[in-house]
Design a protein around this ligand. Structure first.
Ligand code: ADP
Ligand code: ZN
Ligand code: ZN
Length: 841
């Protein structure tokens, strides 16, 4: 009997599944999740077998062409997740599948073009682009589309090629390039004689007393100490020398043996892994939380479903320790664990802690891995050889034989929302779905849980666990640090091995008052004298400046008044070219006023402040201070994050000026002051999550200050000290912020009380972009009318970041109960849809 299957064909524009039959030679080898090659029209394409079907929907099915990997590339839970992503984010299924197949393994179909010189008309009769194609194919022979793209840049040569093919001047043959990744095989070396005999062979190894003899002897001894065959590079490193010639020499004499084996490409090899670290005894609060988590894991093991658990606890309250326990318990159950972190380059400590607790069992996945590293990690995870995967959002798509736990650390972080390339998706939402599909426990950890998700957690009876107290590492470690620094501490000691520390005091400085008192500098008196004090005591300070949204919002330096849209209440944005203020949500615009509408002062202007300026002012005021600047410019080179941090943590600088918050978990015991130059900056961005983002950032900044056993304090400079985000952050009062923010969102009609969809268009031609934006807005308007929908549309408007990478950006925003329903199945052309975007910038 013939087996029929449905296949998701890897062509980004195909939303459907297609029926095929399994040919005799592949019978028994094909199953749902298999990566295959199939004929499709005149093409040959890659695809993933989706499911068996008893009767195909077409009378004549074609056979599957080949099986590309003996094991399925997608698990059942992943196939369901792909379907959910497609449905939820309005993208074709193949686009979602592509997320889950390692780059290099997944291939797009291509066309091989070759010239039929014998029938070619005279060159003068061809168009310039046709002539370029002819020249290229004459010179290089047959080429694939992707190869031609590399030669003819910036011009769409395809229409010309199609016309030439139609006339018979070119032949076009569909092809599927072979995968570019494969397991890496390498020469491995092992000892061919019993270790005890090495010395007996000494005389054979070279001239007596020669360096070569000693070197070869060392190589043999190193090999004797290895339990398994090792790679030559490794051997040379261990032996402190050696060459391939040495290896050939030893092999010819039968002393060593080479074999070819698979080498695993493991990004963790480049990382310093601290020695195995034992689990500390939990504090009372941790124990309470752990009891609940453990119970939940046991229920998962029994096949019961458990709600998501939110772990709300400030930085340093011991959340990671809970994750580590949960992972340990999950492994004991014979299952795997996935740990998602916002950005791996900023959290190397996180990876190190997992690798130290579970040596040899942790894999990392993030976008900076090589194709080979990614492929190997992916295959080992699929085989169950790496039961723990730590990674950025793309790690979510790792195949696990039996997932039991998903941890999302810092789950409020916006980098979990991906909107650079389709599909735009929220990794936290996808993780919640994956947990449901795979019946895993999901733990969402944060010091400032996402407002919308907290509201959902309350409504849907998720568990919310709280760790209120900050643990300042192990008491012993702290003690040692202090001794090294020759300082005495202000420590409260907690139970067991832990030491506790209160939250740092936060001083809010009203910059309007500074101005009134005649201080026009960017430093308040409070901050200036605090800096002086720090330098005197030879401690360290961090000055923080929010990188986003500088030089755009307009406010009064006398009274702090910010100009807002009368319709949306979001701050207006200054556009120098038009000397106008524009609302980026609804399009409202007005002239730049010459005086403050509130107090008539003429000191109304846009703010603009960069890190260079801060650096210059620090140097002018404190010429002897050693200053480090940490921003996009100074960290552009790879690896400089770590380098800058290392400098600073070794006290090779006194003041760090930064636009990014310092890596989590890094101990900076000498930092006793954090100054926020202008706390307002992010708060005035025209976006519904501006206050939340501001609160998160200020909380994180404040948390950074309180991690020194020497104590610490925070100074927030602001022109709007009464803003609730600043008020609540300065009191470390998340609950108060949450209540107020939810009230505001309800009042203004923003998530979680409505749903948003944002359509974004990017185009190189500003006139075309504007035209197309108008056309689309009219079209959507018509759809709303036709369907009698209650969805509200605003726009089209240019995005806040109106140009990115040379492209003009326009947006249309839909809000209502279910904006997705309006768009489903509609032709959206080049518009990208974002469902529930965390930002409307
Ligand atoms: P978070 O993940 O909330 O930032 P961590 O788990 O990193 O918190 O804990 C902060 C510090 O306290 C770490 O250095 C950690 O090793 C230490 N720590 C956590 N729990 C304990 C404990 N029960 N006893 C001693 N030290 C602990
Ligand atoms: Zn508006
Ligand atoms: Zn004013």
């Amino acid at each position: 009997m013939t087996t029929y299957v449905q296949v998701a064909v890897n062509l980004a524009t195909l939303p459907e599944l297609y029926d095929y039959h399994v040919p005799a030679e592949l019978e028994g080898k094909i199953q749902p999740g298999s990566l295959v090659v199939v004929p499709f029209g005149r093409q040959v394409l890659q695809g993933v077998v989706w499911r068996y079907v008893s009767t195909p929907q077409v009378s004549e099915t074609r056979p599957i062409g080949a099986l590309l990997d003996p094991h399925p590339v997608l698990t059942a839970a992943q196939r369901q997740l792909a379907e959910w992503l497609a449905e939820h984010y309005l993208v074709p299924l193949p686009v979602c599948i592509a997320l889950m197949i390692p780059p290099g393994l997944s291939r797009q179909a291509d066309t091989l073009l070759s010239l039929r010189a014998e029938v070619l008309p005279p060159l003068e009769t061809l168009s310039p682009i046709q002539r370029r194609l002819v020249d290229l194919l004459k010179e290089r022979g047959a080429l694939r589309g992707a190869q031609i793209d590399a030669h003819i840049k910036g011009v769409d040569w395809r229409p010309a090629a199609r016309r030439m093919t139609a006339r018979g001047w070119l032949t076009a043959q569909p092809i599927l390039p072979a995968p570019t990744v494969a397991p890496r095989r390498e020469r491995l070396i092992t000892l061919a004689i019993p270790p005890a005999q090495i010395d007996a062979h000494r005389a054979q190894l070279g001239r007596a007393g020669s360096a070569a003899l000693e070197r070869r002897l060392t190589l043999l001894k190193v090999l004797a100490s290895q339990r398994e065959p090792i790679a030559p590079a490794w051997l040379f490193t261990e032996a402190g020398g050696g060459t391939t010639t040495d290896l050939n020499f030893l092999e010819e004499r039968g002393l060593i043996r080479s074999l070819v084996g698979e080498v695993i490409r493991d990004p963790l090899e480049r990382m310093d892994i601290p020695p195995l670290s034992e689990a500390p005894q939990l504090t009372r609060e941790q124990q309470t939380v752990w009891d609940e988590v453990q119970t939940a894991l046991r229920r998962v093991q029994d096949g019961q479903s458990v709600p998501p658990h939110i772990l709300y606890g400030i930085t340093g309250s011991g959340k990671t320790e809970i994750y580590l326990r949960a992972v340990e318990e999950t492994l004991k159950m014979g299952k795997q664990a996935l740990i998602l972190v916002p950005e791996i380059s900023l959290t190397p400590q996180m990876v190190q802690r997992f690798a130290a607790r579970f040596p040899g069992q942790v894999g990392v996945i993030h976008s900076k891995l090589s194709q080979g590293e990614r492929y190997d990690t992916w295959r080992r995870a699929r085989a169950g050889q790496l039961p723990i995967i730590v990674g950025a959002r793309s790690a979510l798509f790792t195949p696990f034989p039996a997932l039991g736990l998903i941890v999302v650390d810092e789950f409020h972080d916006e980098s979990f929302y991906q909107d650079e390339i389709p599909p735009a998706y929220h990794a936290v939402e996808a993780a919640l779905m994956l947990a449901r599909l795979s019946n895993s426990l999901i733990l969402l950890g944060s010091a400032t849980p996402d407002v919308s998700l907290m509201e959902r957690a309350r409504r849907s009876a998720w568990r919310i666990l709280h760790l209120p107290e900050r643990i300042l590492a192990h008491r012993q470690a702290v003690q040692k640090q202090l001794e090294r620094l020759g300082k005495t501490a202000l420590l409260k000691t907690g139970e067991g091995e832990s030491a506790h520390l209160g939250l740092p005091p936060v001083q809010v400085v009203d910059m309007r008052q500074e101005l009134k008192a005649g201080n026009r500098s960017i430093f308040s008196h409070a901050l200036e004298s605090a800096l002086e004090e720090v330098l005197e005591k030879q401690e360290q300070a961090i000055l923080f400046l929010n990188r986003r949204g500088s030089a755009t919002h307009v406010f009064c330096r006398e009274c702090g008044f910010t100009l807002r849209c009368p319709r949306c209440e979001v701050p207006l944005v200054y556009h120098a070219d038009a000397a106008a203020l524009i609302c980026h949500t609804c399009g409202y615009s007005r002239k730049m006023p010459t005086a403050c509408p509130q107090c008539s002062s003429r000191a109304i202007r846009q703010v603009g402040l960069g890190t260079e300026r801060v650096e210059a002012e620090v140097k002018a005021r404190f010429p002897h201070a050693r200053v480090l600047r940490w921003d996009a410019e100074t960290t552009r080179q790879k690896g400089t994050h770590e380098l800058l941090l290392r400098h600073f943590s070794h006290h090779e600088a006194d003041i760090l000026i930064g636009t990014q918050m310092i890596a989590k978990g890094l101990d900076l015991p000498l930092v006793t002051l954090v100054g926020v130059i202008l706390a307002d900056i992010g708060l005035t961005l025209p976006d519904y999550r501006a206050a939340e983002r501001g609160f998160q950032l200020l909380t994180q900044v404040a948390g950074r200050a309180g991690r020194s056993p020497l104590g610490g304090r925070v100074i927030l400079q602001t022109y709007m000290p009464e803003h609730y985000a600043i008020q609540t952050a300065s009191r470390h009062d998340y609950e108060a912020f949450l209540e107020r923010e939810l009230r505001e969102r309800r009042r203004l009609g923003y998530p979680p009380f409505v749903r948003l969809a944002r359509l974004e268009l990017r185009h190189a031609d500003p006139a075309h972009a504007r035209e197309e934006a108008r056309r689309m807005a009219n079209q959507i308007h018509a759809w709303i009318e036709q369907s009698g929908s209650t969805i509200e549309m605003s726009g089209p408007t240019p995005c806040f970041f109106a140009r990115r990478a040379g492209l003009y950006r326009w947006q249309i925003i839909l809000r209502g109960a279910e904006p997705r329903a309006l768009l489903r199945g509609k032709p959206l052309g080049d518009w990208q849809v974002q469902i529930d975007p965390p930002s409307l910038l």
